[in-house]
Design a protein around this ligand. Structure first.
Ligand code: SF4
Length: 364
């Protein structure tokens, strides 16, 4: 590492999105072909593992090893190099939801790792993002004072009341925070940086080996997230709902009782096809046990706009069958294993005719 380095090689292996990684990689002058042809194919394999784990586990590596102790990165060089290669593989999928999931997984991994780091280390990472942040005095109940603009830029994406400026300790343009809060805000910042990098990876034509691996990632995503290509129409099309969801939707509209799995499946299905949390909350309004605050909390939690930021997907057909939620199977059901896949197929067909739109507030 150079004399001006703020981070060690081990830090860059853990946090490869840092600006200093580019400085470290630049003299190596690596091209895509180097990872395919030469003795560096193990980097490509590791990048594939990284992207696969991000899609399946929303984490790029374990935090704890098999012995129950903190996972230690043994080959730091391989870990650093696998990051830009994984970015390229994910970018080559040209699938916006895979890109989003990858960025979220990297950000959550970093945030988990950062929670074990010292305040001083977290401070250095915050500076990497250009935050205006200072340590508070030793007798303060808080660890940091963060300029309110940096706070707002990241807290505005978090929906818990604690992130509202009015609920924060604000003094002279700074918001007072503890280390845990700063790490949570950094997670948002890291996610944005990675999303930006994925949007700017520019390769006119990927080598066939890379395209093949990108296709594999798409298959893995469709199996594990339950959505091939995972892009849905911008309006919600009720005609394309699978029979199970239609029944649940109908029951909810008529204030009929829904079992827990039914409520979860319906909510997760609707938020995944793009219905706003507001509209889903409204759907449960006529229930006798309706509690607006609690329902909104649960819907936003499933939608990933609250809490950990993880968006839950609707359970696959085999699980719904076990819970007796799968009803009135039709011919399309024979071709699929997941209600979202059903919707994907049916909405394409339905769009050829004039669709019945039930919610125009769907997210874009
Ligand atoms: S097969 Fe799947 S999509 Fe069809 S009704 Fe059953 S659970 Fe729903």
């Amino acid at each position: 590492m150079s004399l001006e380095s703020v981070f060690t090689k081990n830090d860059l292996a853990k946090y490869p999105f840092l600006k200093e990684t580019a400085q470290y990689l630049s003299p190596l002058d690596l091209q895509i072909e180097d990872f395919i042809n030469s003795g560096m194919s193990q980097i490509l394999d590791h990048a594939m593992e990284r992207a696969t784990s991000a899609i399946i586990n929303l984490a790029v590596r374990p935090l704890i090893n098999e012995q129950g102790t903190k996972y230690v990165i043994k080959d730091t060089q391989k870990e650093i190099l696998s990051f830009p290669v994984a970015l390229m593989l994910v970018s080559a999928t040209e699938n916006s939801l895979i890109k989003k999931r990858y960025a979220l997984a990297e950000a959550k991994q970093a945030s988990n790792e950062l929670s074990y780091e010292s305040k001083e280390f977290v401070f250095k990472v915050a500076l990497d993002f250009g935050w205006q942040i200072i340590f508070t005095s030793a007798d303060s109940a808080f660890d940091f004072a963060l300029y309110f603009n940096d706070f707002l830029q990241n807290a505005s994406r978090l929906h818990d009341a604690k992130w509202k400026l009015v609920n924060s300790k604000l003094s002279e343009g700074n918001v007072y925070l503890n280390k845990r809060d700063v790490v949570r805000l950094l997670q948002e910042e890291i996610k944005r940086r990675i999303e930006k990098r994925l949007a700017t990876v520019s390769v006119s034509k990927y080598p066939p080996e890379i395209s093949e691996l990108a296709d594999k990632l798409k298959t893995i995503a469709s199996e594990h997230i339950g959505q091939t290509e995972m892009e849905f129409p911008k309006v919600v099309i009720q005609e394309a709902f699978p029979p199970c969801i239609n029944m649940l939707y109908d029951a909810a509209s008529k204030n009929h009782h829904l079992p827990h799995m039914g409520r979860f499946a319906l909510t997760a299905f609707l938020v995944n096809i793009g219905m706003s949390s507001e509209s889903v909350t409204e759907l449960f309004k006529s229930f006798s046990d309706y509690n607006e605050r609690l329902t909104r909390y649960q819907v936003e939690h499933i939608a990933g706009t609250r809490g950990s930021g993880t968006k839950y997907t609707c359970p696959q057909c085999s699980i719904l069958q076990t819970h007796n939620v799968c009803k009135n199977r039709d011919d399309t059901c024979k071709r699929i294993y997941h209600p979202l896949k059903y919707y994907k197929i049916k909405s394409k067909m339905t769009q050829l005719n004039v669709p019945e739109k039930i919610d125009t507030t769907a997210k874009t």
